[in-house]
Design a protein around this ligand. Structure first.
Ligand code: DAH
Length: 350
């Protein structure tokens, strides 16, 4: 065996700079058909007296090469681990990526403000069915089939004769059938009208219905309540105005408006304007009668005849449009995060 074998092997091992390259060198020298193995296999051809010393020499060379190989392998493995750790290192001090965050829908915000006010005034909050029976949406509210008011509320009818409620007033009836007076409730939810959509009309929108029933309730209780609500929403100075109007389920009926203070009024020379927010009135005796009829059918006592009460209904879309200066009702339901994401803040101090 040339004496240079060990030296060449070591030089090759040292210059192998990857584990793969080192494997090639390893096979070349100590593999099954490597150079060392070949030297060993040639021992048999030597005279017996030389065999032993030669065998011992080759073994020393082999061990020498193996030791350098092992060391080189360990150091290459360490280097590759270091490189891996380096490339996978995470700098925990880097600022995080901004994640888009959701926000409450403007309609939800307006509802929250309204419900807070009415909860403070002792009202119970309920929700009810959007798929409704004709009787609760119309008949029991003093709107018989021939009544012209039905034309005001073009209706989505279902194949089974039910309908999508056209207003939350259905909950007046449902609530009174379940509860005895005195009572105060507000009901929130979606309502549907079969009509063409434009900047101020949607086929689906929201309402808040209020109902108070007891003894000796008067129109001034109603006015005081609406004023309280307006001040809660628009600040202590908010003014309300009532104008006679017609709704079959109340008598007398009225529309109420709030004087909306324009925050840029001075600049524009317009301090504000009256904005109609909803309808209201004293509960019609026919509604109480219809409720008692339903109660009687359900085996309950007739407790509403002779009672007095008021009701009101309003649309949060309109309030949100005012508060946020949204020009088109359709923006609320276009599901465009760029639009909805802009509306933040409280309803107070519009
Ligand atoms: N239900 C009416 C509508 O959808 C709103 C309304 C008016 C509700 C007068 C009331 C009320 O409770 O008293 O237009």
């Amino acid at each position: 065996m040339p004496d240079t074998l060990q030296a060449t092997a070591i030089a090759e091992i040292q210059s192998a700079d990857t584990l793969e390259a080192l494997q090639v060198v390893k096979t070349k020298y100590v593999g099954k058909s490597g150079l060392i193995t070949r030297e060993l296999s040639m021992l048999g051809k030597l005279p017996p007296e030389e065999r032993k010393t030669r065998g011992a020499e080759i073994n020393v060379v082999r061990q020498g090469i193996q030791a350098v190989l092992d060391e080189r392998e360990a150091s290459l493995k360490r280097a590759s681990l270091d490189a891996k750790l380096q490339s996978e290192a995470i700098d925990v001090t880097l600022p995080g990526l901004p994640l888009p965050s959701g926000g409450l829908h403007p309609i939800t915000r307006v509802y929250d403000d309204l419900i807070n006010i009415f909860t403070r005034l002792g009202y119970n909050t309920v929700e009810g069915p959007e798929v409704e029976e004709e009787h609760y949406n119309f008949e029991a509210l003093n709107i018989p089939w021939y009544h012209p008011a039905r034309e005001l509320q073009d209706t989505f009818w279902l194949a089974d004769g039910r309908l999508l409620r056209t207003h939350t007033s259905n909950m007046q009836v449902r609530y009174m059938v379940e509860h005895e007076p005195p009572l105060k409730m507000v009901s929130r939810g979606k309502v549907y009208r079969y009509e063409a959509t434009d900047a101020t009309h949607e086929a689906m929108f929201h309402q808040l219905e209020g109902l108070v029933v007891g003894e000796g309730i008067t129109m001034s209780d109603l006015k005081g309540t609406i004023a309280e609500m307006a001040q809660g929403l628009f600040g202590a100075g908010a003014k309300v105005r009532f104008q006679p109007s017609y709704y079959p389920f109340v008598e007398p009926g009225a529309d109420f408006s709030v004087y909306w203070q324009n925050p840029r009024g001075q600049m524009e020379g317009k301090a504000g304007k009256w904005l109609e927010l909803g309808g209201c009135g004293m509960v019609h005796p026919n509604v109480f009668r219809a409720v008692d009829d339903l109660r009687e059918k359900a085996g309950k006592a007739r407790v509403y005849e002779g009672k007095t009460g008021f009701a009101f209904g309003l649309g949060p879309e309109r309030m949100a449009m005012l508060k946020y200066g949204i020009p088109d009702i359709r923006y609320f339901y276009a599901n465009d995060p760029k639009v909805i994401g802009q509306f933040r803040g409280e309803l107070n101090g519009v």
